[in-house]
Write a protein that binds this ligand. Structure first.
Ligand SMILES: Nc1ccn([C@@H]2O[C@H](COP(=O)(O)OP(=O)(O)OP(=O)(O)O)[C@@H](O)[C@H]2O)c(=O)n1
Ligand SMILES: C[C@](O)(CO)[C@H](O)COP(=O)(O)O
Length: 228
């Protein structure tokens, strides 16, 4: 069965700020996006990789690939206005009619996804059509109230919640059908797009290190994770 991975790196990185787009920032000497692609290649060299980057950044990425002698094969697609549009552009590179193919969608800024989590997502998507990795909430969780609750907030049962990671993985036909829907602002991940079509999503345990590098603080964590 054919496996694809769409690695989206088409965002603006506003919360990170800085001169270099966050996906290109070197962590322990290697750009974040290369580390993310390394993770999928290390899991299975036969996974067909599709990298989504803003048109304006593709020249710089090509230069980086030359500089780092990056040889993992991939196809390039153009970034879109939102993550939804970037995924849709990447998905256009997956041929129609490969009914048994699986497609993982992974954030280019999550380089620490484990081999086991990638494998579990493909396996669960094969059996159940749609699978996403999640992590348990490790702190007390409070919900802000606008209904007159005294103090304006209340502790909620953290066991009822999960933090959502990627790779979010689907049967290709399911994901393609989902991404034919009109964009809606609550489509912040692929699971929400697929669920809007009525397909349930199964949860698999993620790995704690699989952080989304979003702010400068996350970069410090990333450096620490790679140092002995
Ligand atoms: N138009 C977009 C927006 C986001 N992404 C990708 O989706 C992933 C998750 O998004 P996030 O890390 O939140 O990135 P940004 O949208 O770039 O960050 P910010 O909201 O701080 O601008 C990232 O790999 C990002 O590059 C994308 O491919 N295309
Ligand atoms: C897809 C995602 O990484 C799951 O956590 C996330 O929804 C995208 O990031 P954002 O912070 O919602 O933009």
């Amino acid at each position: 069965m054919k496996k694809y991975a769409i690695v989206v790196a088409g965002g603006k990185g506003l919360r990170m700020g800085g001169e270099i787009p966050k996906q290109f920032i070197p962590v322990q000497g290697r750009p974040v996006l290369m580390r993310t692609l390394d993770a999928f290649h290390a899991y299975d060299e036969s996974v067909e990789l599709i990298v989504v980057l803003p048109v304006a950044q593709q020249g710089y990425w090509n230069e980086l690939c030359r500089e780092y002698d990056f040889r993992i094969p991939y196809r390039l697609a153009d970034g879109g206005e939102t993550r939804f549009h970037s995924v849709a552009n990447g998905l256009a590179e997956v041929p129609d009619g490969e009914t048994d193919a699986l497609v993982a969608v992974h954030d280019g800024v999550r380089p620490f996804v484990s081999r086991e989590v990638i494998a579990a997502c493909y396996e669960s998507a094969f059996r159940k059509r749609a699978a996403i990795p999640v992590a348990e909430v490790v702190e007390t969780l409070r919900c802000l109230k606008s209904d007159g609750t005294e103090g304006g907030s209340a502790t909620v049962d953290r066991a009822q919640y999960r933090l959502v990671q990627t790779p979010q993985t689907f049967r290709a036909d399911v994901l393609k059908a989902a991404y034919r829907q009109e964009y809606r602002p609550f489509f912040t991940d692929d699971a929400s797009v697929v669920e809007a079509m009525g397909v349930p999503v199964s949860l698999v345990p993620g790995n704690r290190e699989n952080i989304k590098i979003t702010t400068p603080f996350d970069l410090k964590i990333a450096e620490a994770l790679l140092s002995d």
